[in-house]
Design a binder for this molecule. Structure first.
Ligand SMILES: [Zn+2]
Length: 99
């Protein structure tokens, strides 16, 4: 299977773009069970069509990345991803409960 790319992606059943990492949106509302996210877009974090929760999570990840730049890129992403998901899942719908 092709490597899953992280980045912003548009869902046909959501009006917003969401930022996907490891098949989960950073806001915790969406999960991608198929495909390789080949249309993922990086950058454009300030676009008005972006999901606000995903955007905050992306900004947090970038700050965390800057702080933990001594850690290798892979390790840093894993740590930040888990951390971001936890802090958002508390307030947000879990992916398995979304339509
Ligand atoms: Zn989102």
């Amino acid at each position: 299977m092709a490597e899953f790319k992280e980045g912003w992606n548009y869902l046909i059943n959501s009006r917003k773009w969401h930022y996907f990492v490891d098949r989960r949106s950073l806001c915790g509302r969406w999960a991608m069970f198929f495909g390789d996210n080949h249309d993922a877009q990086l950058g454009d974090n300030d676009s008005p069509v972006n999901c606000a929760a995903c955007r905050r999570a992306v900004e947090k990840r970038e700050k965390d990345d800057a702080r933990t730049k001594r850690v290798s890129e892979t390790e840093s992403q894993a740590v930040v991803g888990a951390d971001g998901a936890d802090s958002h899942l508390g307030a947000m719908q879990r992916p398995d409960q979304s339509e």
